[in-house]
Design a protein around this ligand. Structure first.
Ligand code: NDP
Ligand SMILES: N[C@@H](CC=O)C(=O)O
Ligand code: NA
Length: 372
C-alpha cells in the first residue's frame, strides 16, 4: 500500500464562497483520508481582512469549528511575503486557496508559484488585469511554461460551471473557437430575469440589486457588477484562453449601468441607498423593449478571428434562449469549427456560494492529482 500523503492548505477569504468552500473541504478531507491511497489535507492557515489564524507547528487547525477559532485568534495578519515563507517551509506541498477579491493578494501569485506553492481561486483579478501580469503568472506556473506550483481558476468564469475546462479542451484538442457569446454574470442574469421577466411584471431594478447582494451573487461591492467590469474580466480571461492578447478588461467597449450621477459616490452602501432614484430610467428601458415585444439582457461576446470583444445591453425576442434564462443562470455558447453552426452550450447557476465553491473544490482535486 502506498504511504499516506499530506498536503497543507491555506484559505484566505471566508465570505460567501469561503464558507461554502470550508464545508466542502471538510467532507473532501474525510473522504480522502479514508481512501485506499489516503491523502491528509491539513488546514494550516485561515485568514480574512482583519484576522488570521495559523499553526506555527504545521499541525492541522480545526475544520469543524474554524469560525470561532478564527474570531478568537490574536495572531497577527501576516503580509503575503510572510505567508509565502510560511507555506514554502511547510514539510509537504502547500496550496493557497484565495477566496477574496483582493487585487494585492492576486498580484503576489507569481511569488507563491515560484516557491512551489499551488493556487486555486475564484478571484478574477490576477487573470484579468494587464496582459504582462497574465504572462508572468503562467510563466511561473507548472501548468504554464514554468516549474513552480500549479494554478487553477475555473470559478473565475461561470462559477462552478465547467467553462474554462471546456474551452481548454476545445483549444488543446485542436478545435478552432470562432465565437463565444452569452450571459456571463449571475448578478446581471438575476437582475434582468427578475426585473424584466418574459411576460411582464417584475420588481424595481434597485430592489433586485439589493436582493442579488443578499443572495451572495454580487461582487463584494455590487458596483463592480453594475459597471460591467466583472463581465469584462470574464471575457478577458476567455479571450486570452482562446489565444487573443487582450490587454485589459478596459481595452474594449463595456457598457456601465451605473447612473452618471452616482459615479462619484464613495461607499457601496450609499450607492445602494440612492439607486432607487434611478428606477424610472430602468422602467423606461423595460417599457421601450416591451413595445417591440422584446426584453433586455446584459450579454457579452468575443469574435475570435476579428479580435473583437464587447459587453453591454441587448434586446432579445421573448422566445430567445437568453430571454428565457431563470434565476442567476449563465449561458455560454461556444461556436467552433468542429461544432459548426450549432454551438456547444453550457448553462446553469453562474453565482452563489455553493456552486462557486464547487469549482474551487474540484480545482483543488485537480491540483492534488498533479502533486501525485
Ligand atoms: N459570490 C459568487 O457567486 C462568486 C464569487 N466569485 C469570486 O469569489 C471571491 C469571493 O467572493 P465572495 O465570497 O462572494 O465575497 P465576500 O465579500 O462574501 O467574501 C470575501 C472574503 O474575502 C476577505 N478578504 C477581502 N479582502 C481581503 C484581503 N485583502 N485579505 C484577506 N482577506 C480578504 C473578506 O474578509 P473580511 O470580511 O474580513 O473583509 C471575506 O472573508 C471574489 O473574488 C468573487 O469575485 C466568483 C464566482 C462567483
Ligand atoms: N458577481 C459575479 C460572481 C461570479 O463571478 C456574478 O454575479 O456573476
Ligand atoms: Na467555471
Amino acid at each position: 500500500m502506498p504511504a499516506p500523503r499530506q498536503v497543507f492548505i491555506a484559505v484566505i477569504g471566508v465570505g460567501g464562497v469561503g464558507k461554502s468552500f470550508l464545508t466542502q473541504l471538510q467532507s473532501l478531507s474525510t473522504r480522502l483520508s479514508q481512501s485506499t491511497s489516503p491523502i491528509y489535507l491539513s488546514l494550516i492557515l485561515l485568514g480574512r481582512s482583519s484576522k488570521m489564524l495559523f499553526s506555527e507547528s504545521y499541525r492541522p487547525l480545526p475544520l469543524s469549528n474554524w469560525e470561532s477559532a478564527l474570531s478568537a485568534s490574536t495572531q497577527p495578519v501576516l503580509p503575503a511575503r510572510e505567508i509565502i515563507d510560511y507555506l514554502a517551509t511547510a514539510p509537504e506541498k502547500a496550496v493557497l486557496i484565495d477566496n477574496t477579491s483582493s487585487e494585492e493578494l492576486a498580484a503576489t501569485y507569481p511569488q507563491f508559484l515560484q516557491k512551489g506553492i499551488s493556487i486555486v481561486t475564484p478571484n478574477k483579478k490576477a487573470f484579468s488585469s494587464s496582459y504582462a501580469a497574465w504572462s508572468d503568472l503562467f510563466s511561473a506556473a507548472a501548468n504554464g511554461t514554468g516549474r513552480g506550483g500549479y494554478v487553477f481558476h475555473e470559478s473565475t468564469v461561470g462559477a462552478g460551471l465547467p467553462v474554462l475546462s471546456t474551452l481548454k479542451d476545445l483549444v488543446e484538442t485542436g478545435d478552432e473557437v470562432t465565437k463565444i457569446e452569452g450571459v456571463f454574470s449571475g448578478t446581471m442574469s438575476f437582475l434582468f430575469n427578475s426585473f424584466m421577466p418574459v411576460g411582464g411584471g417584475g420588481g424595481t431594478f434597485a430592489a433586485e440589486v439589493k436582493k442579488a447582494k443578499e443572495l451572495g451573487y454580487t461582487e463584494p461591492d455590487p458596483r463592480d457588477d453594475l459597471n460591467g467590469l466583472d463581465v469584462a474580466r470574464k471575457l478577458t480571461i476567455l479571450a486570452r484562453l482562446s489565444g487573443l492578447k487582450v490587454e485589459s478588461p478596459t481595452s474594449f467597449p463595456v457598457q456601465s449601468l451605473i447612473p452618471k450621477e452616482l459615479e462619484g459616490v464613495g461607499s457601496g452602501d450609499e450607492f445602494l441607498q440612492r439607486l432607487p432614484e434611478f428606477d424610472e430610467r430602468m422602467d423606461k428601458l423595460k417599457a421601450d423593449a416591451a413595445k417591440q415585444g422584446k426584453v433586455v439582457r446584459f450579454v457579452g461576446s468575443i469574435d475570435v478571428p476579428k479580435g473583437e470583444v464587447k459587453v453591454g445591453l441587448e434586446s432579445f425576442d421573448t422566445s430567445h434562449p437568453i430571454a428565457a434564462l431563470k434565476g442567476s443562470d449563465n449561458i455560454i455558447n461556444f461556436y467552433t469549427k468542429r461544432y459548426g453552426s450549432n454551438p456547444l452550450i453550457i448553462q446553469g447557476a453562474g453565482a452563489g456560494g455553493d456552486v462557486t465553491a464547487m469549482g474551487v473544490t474540484s480545482d483543488l482535486i485537480k491540483v492534488l492529482r498533479l502533486l501525485g
